[in-house]
Design a protein around this ligand. Structure first.
Ligand SMILES: [Cu+2]
Length: 319
């Protein structure tokens, strides 16, 4: 009887403790406001201009991050100075395509809320027609949904976190038909620029615009394939993915992967652990040669002098 009482007390104590845990990670409301901007951006290291369409003026748009159970309170502003309707399609949202994701005319706004229920990394993009053109011109980005339970042995806290989004560059921004037919694509954009982080293959690139880590660190890459028609063969040259979390979910772990195929509109987490005690470099590529050699190469330098801020405290995207 005494044993029963003790274990009952223990159960109550555990339940109380569990209750405390829940209250310490309270769901919150994450306010997100995107303004559709039809603007001009530079899409390579030599200054080539492009008539881009964006969320908040950048390719990709802002990184949105929340936890399972949080409320995303979203507003899309389409200024009346724009010529086109725009919309939002969050792959992390389970809603009504005819309502939340409907196109918004210039001069109008759209507001809705959703509660993400599944941990992962997800693409978002504009779905207004022609969708191929709205995506190709730059209206895409990343939303990260962290698991409710946070980090664990199966989902360790990384030392650095980077977002890489790959897109296709179609120089004829007005030719939506060519985009749909995959004709005339001239390059691969990584976070909005060809060879954005590759001073090895592009003499106009800067040695300062690369990804960095210190030897032995776990680097987590949130990768999104925002191409129009091309899958990606994602590979870290001179390295091996320690883990791939398919769709970014801690439930979907693969170990020891050289190349992972990413269909259009997919997103996953890729962990790489740099060797300890020495300086090394990786070239993270789309191993599809037509994409790699037209822009989809990213240098990751592992050295003890690595900038302490890059890939930390929300600096996911090297701009
Ligand atoms: Cu759009």
């Amino acid at each position: 009887m005494r044993l029963f009482k003790t274990s009952l007390l223990a159960c109550v104590a555990i339940a109380m403790f569990a209750g405390m845990n829940v209250s310490t990670v309270q769901a919150k409301t994450v306010k997100v406001t995107f303004t559709a901007e039809e603007t001009t951006l530079t899409i390579d290291n030599k200054g080539t201009k492009y008539a881009a369409w964006t969320y908040n003026g950048t390719i990709p748009g802002p990184v949105v991050r929340a936890r399972v159970g949080d409320t995303i309170d979203f507003t899309l502003i389409n200024p009346k100075t724009n010529k086109n309707s725009h919309s939002i399609d969050f792959h992390a949202a389970e809603v009504n395509v005819l309502d939340e994701f409907a196109p918004v005319k210039p001069g109008h706004n759209k507001k809705f809320k959703f509660i993400p229920k599944r941990a992962g990394v997800y693409m978002y993009h504009c779905g207004a027609g022609p969708m191929a053109q709205h995506i190709a011109r730059g209206m895409y980005g990343v939303i990260i949904i962290d698991p409710k339970g946070g980090y664990s042995k199966k989902f360790p806290k990384p030392d650095r976190e980077y977002v890489l989004v790959q897109g296709q560059y179609f120089p004829k921004a007005d030719d939506a038909t060519a985009m749909i037919l995959n004709k005339g694509w001239a390059g691969s954009l990584i976070n909005g620029k060809m060879f954005n982080y590759d001073p090895v293959h592009d003499p106009n690139a800067s040695m300062k615009r690369i990804l960095v880590s210190k030897p032995g660190e776990r680097v987590r890459i949130y990768f999104v394939n925002a191409n129009i028609n091309m899958p990606v063969a994602f590979h870290p040259i001179a390295g091996i993915w320690d883990r791939v979390y398919i769709n970014g979910s801690p439930k979907n772990i693969l170990y020891d992967i050289q190349t992972w195929g990413m269909p259009v509109a997919s997103a996953s987490i890729f962990d790489i652990v740099s060797p300890k005690g020495k300086t090394t470099a990786n070239a993270i590529v789309d191993h599809t040669m037509g994409a790699a050699l037209r822009g989809a190469i990213t240098v990751l330098l592992n050295s003890k002098d690595a900038d302490p801020d890059l890939g930390r405290n929300g600096n996911y995207i090297v701009r």
